[in-house]
Design a protein around this ligand. Structure first.
Ligand code: HEC
Ligand code: HEC
Length: 329
């Protein structure tokens, strides 16, 4: 109620500005009209107590305890190739702000995906994450599990402000230093900030029951695949900034500087140092739509694979902008 009321006021204020100025809305006002500054909180006690609610609850369970239900030894199906959970990256079942938040997703699909070069449904997008970070096989679209994922996404979407972007929908951004991200410096930072949970060899820490991890692996044969977006250095750095080290960082008070986050992401994702399952490259049928931090050519520009992977990124971004192309990162 409170949110709706605020939104109404915001809409009437921007209408008023429009009426008064007549010659259009300035940049700042446009932002006020579009971005909702409330901190969205999903209240799970509001999940309806009906049959739809049963599916929503199961979807939430699947996000949190993915390996238990559909992991390699899953009680309801064996789909994943590793024992990670969706919420290892989409924290708090996709509701944590600035942590690959999924509250808006139900609204945003079907969506054109440069990666595949075609329009995907939300169900197909879920299966992408099952196949890549989880090295799994796709869940049937009509299965109870897929229906539950979609029910859950639909329900959390009711907390999204209508027609507005909200704070924490996207991860924090990082600014780019003039130098390439350094896996060497990242290695030093890893010992200092990460090793105590993720292990000396990034192997994570399995729970004593063997079902899933207390601390998930960052590389190795049970880590995410190179085809996962987490393997892209900018993408990962943006996420690390607000979320790791897990017990200290918040989006309001990151622990890592932007440069440190990039160096750490470089270390974690350096394939010369760390191995991963299924190291093949694929996708991006239209190279002018390739994410700039995707480290496998061909590219539309003449920057090297190494510069695309590790940076310096700003010169690539400038090159794309100058040619009226939209750099994705
Ligand atoms: C290793 C980290 C990781 C894990 C584990 C993971 N994801 Fe993802 N997921 C990502 C990243 C990174 C993106 C890309 C976000 C972007 O493009 O900005 C993503 C995107 C998505 C999207 C699209 C969001 C949108 O609005 O476009 C959905 C839906 C999704 N994941 C669902 C899942 C589900 C369900 C699981 C568990 C079966 C899962 N993910 C596991 C990292 C992960
Ligand atoms: C206090 C323990 C702790 C520390 C320290 C920590 N992490 Fe994590 N990390 C976690 C946990 C727990 C998760 C899973 C998040 C969840 O399930 O909510 C995670 C998830 C991740 C993920 C995504 C999932 C995966 O396995 O790929 C990455 C990447 C990551 N951490 C990197 C780092 C880096 C880099 C550092 C050092 C800056 C770090 N972490 C420090 C506990 C920790």
């Amino acid at each position: 109620m409170k949110n709706n009321y605020k939104n109404m006021i915001m809409i009437s204020i921007s209408t008023l500005i429009l009426l008064i100025s007549c010659n259009g809305i300035s940049k700042v006002e446009e932002k006020t009209a579009k971005e909702n500054t409330d901190l969205i909180k999903v209240d799970t006690t509001k999940i309806p107590n009906d049959k739809f609610g049963v599916s929503v609850r199961y979807g939430r369970e699947l996000m949190l305890n993915t390996a238990y239900y559909i992991g390699p030894n899953g009680v309801n199906g064996k789909y994943l190739g590793n024992k990670m959970n969706c919420s290892n990256c989409h924290q708090e079942a996709g509701t944590k702000l600035y942590s690959l938040n999924l509250i808006a997703s139900h609204n945003n699909y079907p969506q054109y995906r440069p990666r595949e070069g075609r329009v995907l449904t939300l169900a197909e997008r879920v299966n992408n994450c099952i196949m890549r970070p989880h090295s799994g096989k796709p869940i049937p679209l009509d299965s109870k599990e897929m229906v539950a994922f979609l029910s859950y996404f639909k329900w959390i979407n009711t907390f999204a402000p209508k027609g507005q972007k909200f704070k924490g929908e996207k991860n924090l951004s990082v600014s780019f230093p003039k130098v390439a991200a350094s896996s060497e410096k990242g290695g030093v930072l890893f010992v200092q900030h990460c090793q105590r949970c993720h292990g000396v060899n990034g192997e994570g820490y399995m729970r004593p029951d063997g079902i899933t991890y207390l601390y998930p692996p960052l590389w190795g044969k049970y880590g995410y695949q190179p085809g996962s977006s987490m393997h892209r250095i900018i993408k990962q750095a943006q996420w690390l900034k607000s979320n790791m080290p897990q017990d200290k960082a918040t989006w309001q008070k990151p622990i890592l500087t932007d440069e440190e986050a990039l160096d750490l992401a470089a270390f974690v994702n350096d394939d010369k140092i760390h191995s991963r399952p299924n190291p093949k490259s694929f996708d991006y049928p239209h190279i002018e739509e390739k994410a700039i931090d995707y480290g496998v050519g061909p590219f539309i520009d003449s920057f090297s694979e190494s510069q695309h992977k590790f940076g310096p990124f700003q010169s690539i971004i400038d090159y794309w902008n100058k040619r009226g192309l939209k750099p994705i990162y």
